[in-house]
Design a protein around this ligand. Sequence first.
Ligand code: AMP
Ligand code: ZN
Length: 113
Amino acid sequence: MENCLFCKIIKGEIPCTKMYEDKNMIVIKDIDPKAKNHFLAIPKSHFKLLADMTEEQSEMLRQCFLTIPKLQKELQLENGYRLVINQGDDAGQTVFHLHIHILSGQKMGWTPA
Ligand code: AMP
Ligand code: ZN
Protein backbone atom coordinates (compact mmCIF):
# COMPACT_ATOMS: atom_id res chain seq x y z
CA MET A 1 0.00 0.00 0.00
CA GLU A 2 1.56 3.31 -1.08
CA ASN A 3 2.04 5.98 1.56
CA CYS A 4 1.30 3.64 4.44
CA LEU A 5 3.80 4.11 7.25
CA PHE A 6 3.59 0.52 8.46
CA CYS A 7 3.85 -0.95 4.93
CA LYS A 8 7.03 1.11 4.54
CA ILE A 9 8.36 -0.17 7.89
CA ILE A 10 7.56 -3.76 6.83
CA LYS A 11 9.45 -3.22 3.54
CA GLY A 12 12.43 -1.79 5.46
CA GLU A 13 12.04 1.66 3.88
CA ILE A 14 11.63 3.37 7.26
CA PRO A 15 13.78 2.40 10.25
CA CYS A 16 12.29 0.82 13.35
CA THR A 17 13.35 -1.12 16.41
CA LYS A 18 12.33 -4.62 15.37
CA MET A 19 11.71 -7.14 18.16
CA TYR A 20 10.45 -10.07 16.07
CA GLU A 21 9.52 -10.99 12.52
CA ASP A 22 7.95 -13.97 10.77
CA LYS A 23 5.94 -14.46 7.58
CA ASN A 24 2.77 -13.07 9.18
CA MET A 25 3.90 -10.06 11.18
CA ILE A 26 6.58 -7.82 12.54
CA VAL A 27 6.73 -6.62 16.13
CA ILE A 28 8.37 -3.24 16.66
CA LYS A 29 8.84 -0.79 19.53
CA ASP A 30 6.30 2.03 19.51
CA ILE A 31 8.09 5.33 18.86
CA ASP A 32 5.98 7.13 21.50
CA PRO A 33 5.46 4.59 24.32
CA LYS A 34 2.26 4.82 26.39
CA ALA A 35 3.45 2.24 28.96
CA LYS A 36 6.81 1.06 30.27
CA ASN A 37 6.91 -1.39 27.37
CA HIS A 38 4.92 -0.57 24.26
CA PHE A 39 5.21 -2.71 21.14
CA LEU A 40 3.19 -2.92 17.94
CA ALA A 41 2.41 -6.25 16.29
CA ILE A 42 1.76 -5.43 12.64
CA PRO A 43 0.29 -8.02 10.26
CA LYS A 44 2.17 -7.95 6.96
CA SER A 45 -0.98 -7.55 4.86
CA HIS A 46 -2.45 -4.04 4.65
CA PHE A 47 -6.00 -3.47 5.91
CA LYS A 48 -7.38 -0.69 8.08
CA LEU A 49 -10.25 -2.18 10.02
CA LEU A 50 -11.42 -5.58 11.22
CA ALA A 51 -14.51 -4.83 9.13
CA ASP A 52 -12.31 -4.74 5.98
CA MET A 53 -10.48 -7.98 6.68
CA THR A 54 -10.47 -10.82 4.11
CA GLU A 55 -10.50 -14.51 5.07
CA GLU A 56 -6.77 -14.69 4.31
CA GLN A 57 -6.06 -11.65 6.47
CA SER A 58 -8.15 -13.09 9.31
CA GLU A 59 -5.96 -16.20 9.23
CA MET A 60 -2.88 -13.96 9.35
CA LEU A 61 -4.31 -12.09 12.34
CA ARG A 62 -5.11 -15.39 14.06
CA GLN A 63 -1.48 -16.41 13.63
CA CYS A 64 -0.39 -13.07 15.15
CA PHE A 65 -2.55 -13.72 18.23
CA LEU A 66 -1.15 -17.25 18.54
CA THR A 67 2.44 -15.98 18.34
CA ILE A 68 2.27 -13.01 20.72
CA PRO A 69 2.02 -15.17 23.89
CA LYS A 70 5.07 -17.12 22.72
CA LEU A 71 7.17 -13.93 22.83
CA GLN A 72 7.00 -13.70 26.63
CA LYS A 73 10.73 -13.26 27.16
CA GLU A 74 11.43 -10.96 24.21
CA LEU A 75 8.56 -8.61 25.07
CA GLN A 76 8.65 -9.00 28.88
CA LEU A 77 5.09 -10.31 29.09
CA GLU A 78 5.64 -12.56 32.13
CA ASN A 79 3.61 -10.47 34.57
CA GLY A 80 0.73 -9.87 32.19
CA TYR A 81 0.08 -7.54 29.32
CA ARG A 82 -2.63 -5.64 27.50
CA LEU A 83 -3.54 -5.82 23.82
CA VAL A 84 -5.33 -2.91 22.16
CA ILE A 85 -6.57 -2.51 18.59
CA ASN A 86 -7.81 1.00 17.84
CA GLN A 87 -10.52 1.09 15.21
CA GLY A 88 -11.42 4.42 13.65
CA ASP A 89 -11.81 8.00 14.83
CA ASP A 90 -13.32 7.66 18.30
CA ALA A 91 -10.61 5.18 19.27
CA GLY A 92 -7.94 7.59 18.00
CA GLN A 93 -6.56 5.38 15.25
CA THR A 94 -3.78 7.36 13.57
CA VAL A 95 -2.12 4.73 11.36
CA PHE A 96 -4.58 3.09 9.01
CA HIS A 97 -2.88 -0.29 8.81
CA LEU A 98 -4.34 -2.59 11.45
CA HIS A 99 -1.96 -3.19 14.34
CA ILE A 100 -2.07 -4.65 17.82
CA HIS A 101 -0.67 -2.53 20.63
CA ILE A 102 1.14 -4.66 23.23
CA LEU A 103 1.53 -2.92 26.58
CA SER A 104 3.47 -4.47 29.44
CA GLY A 105 5.97 -3.94 32.23
CA GLN A 106 3.71 -2.10 34.70
CA LYS A 107 0.36 -2.23 36.46
CA MET A 108 -2.27 -0.60 34.27
CA GLY A 109 -5.43 1.24 35.15
CA TRP A 110 -8.55 1.45 33.08
CA THR A 111 -9.47 4.82 31.58
CA PRO A 112 -11.21 5.20 28.24
CA ALA A 113 -9.89 8.71 27.68
P1 AMP B 1 -2.92 4.06 16.53
O1 AMP B 1 -3.12 5.43 17.14
O2 AMP B 1 -3.69 2.97 17.22
O3 AMP B 1 -3.16 4.10 15.04
O4 AMP B 1 -1.41 3.70 16.79
C1 AMP B 1 -0.35 4.16 16.01
C2 AMP B 1 0.90 4.02 16.83
O5 AMP B 1 2.01 4.07 15.98
C3 AMP B 1 1.08 5.12 17.89
O6 AMP B 1 1.17 4.53 19.18
C4 AMP B 1 2.39 5.79 17.47
O7 AMP B 1 3.17 6.19 18.57
C5 AMP B 1 3.06 4.70 16.66
N1 AMP B 1 4.01 5.15 15.66
C6 AMP B 1 3.87 6.19 14.79
N2 AMP B 1 4.94 6.27 14.00
C7 AMP B 1 5.78 5.28 14.36
C8 AMP B 1 7.07 4.84 13.91
N3 AMP B 1 7.71 5.46 12.91
N4 AMP B 1 7.63 3.78 14.53
C9 AMP B 1 7.01 3.16 15.54
N5 AMP B 1 5.79 3.51 16.00
C10 AMP B 1 5.19 4.55 15.42
ZN1 ZN C 1 -0.06 -0.66 5.24
